[in-house]
Design a protein around this ligand. Sequence first.
Ligand SMILES: NC(=O)c1ccc[n+]([C@@H]2O[C@H](COP(=O)([O-])OP(=O)(O)OC[C@H]3O[C@@H](n4cnc5c(N)ncnc54)[C@H](OP(=O)(O)O)[C@@H]3O)[C@@H](O)[C@H]2O)c1
Length: 252
Amino acid sequence: MTSNVEHKHTWIIGASSGIGAALAKSLAQRGEVLALSGRDATALEAVRSDLAGQGHKVLPLDVRDPATLAAAMDALAQSWPRIDRIIFMAGIYEPMGLADLDVLQVEQILSVNLAGAFNLISVALPILLDQEPRCQVAFCASVAGYRGLANAQPYGATKAGLINLVESLKVEHGERLDVRLISPGFVETRLTEKNSFDMPFRLTPEQAGERIAKGLQRRGFELHFPKRFTWIMKALACLPYALYWPLARRAR
Ligand SMILES: NC(=O)c1ccc[n+]([C@@H]2O[C@H](COP(=O)([O-])OP(=O)(O)OC[C@H]3O[C@@H](n4cnc5c(N)ncnc54)[C@H](OP(=O)(O)O)[C@@H]3O)[C@@H](O)[C@H]2O)c1
């Protein structure tokens, strides 16, 4: 065993940059022992070397490849007393209009953001369902998945699919797993650097990481922030189509 049983053991997938890296710092400061995953081993090592506490691991993987997820899961099952929490932060984004789709990029975005989450569930569920007390499993979607928006595909479709998937996970296994959905608004990362439009109420990765670290300790299925933006997006999601179209078109 690598660390003390009293520490919470958390695996972050998508920890090499942005919100995931900031979240790792917040959780390590709270005394959690972390495993950091993503494709970029050098970046993961840089994040690890900056964390408070000891016993943190780097487990490079690609969520598109279930074998790499299974190898990391096995390594954790063998070296940790238990897996307390898994946080799926992996995601990629390219702004695209539907008239200019790059189908190769569409396939990549679907395979990381949505198929990657299916891969994790298929690998992790058989092990996690046997764990007592139950493990927390959190997936990072986005308010972009609440409703069809202009110039938001295919990213928006992957996040809508992810929300649907995580809801199903909660319905099927909510008694045995503490299932959580994370829905951020805009956060300043390399992902949103690609946006040329104004991003209202945007947060720094550190602010987002801290909100997730705190929110995952509380009760409730969905953790969404910043509330002054996400409540507007939730209100839009409740509108009937006839009222939604003119508002959504105005934001094109
Ligand atoms: N920034 C925002 O405004 C915003 C808003 C709502 C939701 N989100 C969501 O928040 C999450 C984190 O995004 P971010 O903004 O922090 O962007 P980011 O800095 O680009 O972080 C994305 C993370 O995903 C990992 N990743 C990408 N492809 C992967 C793959 N094939 N296998 C494993 N890991 C992979 C990256 O690691 P490697 O490159 O090392 O693989 C990186 O650690 C994403 O799910 C994103 O959709 C972001």
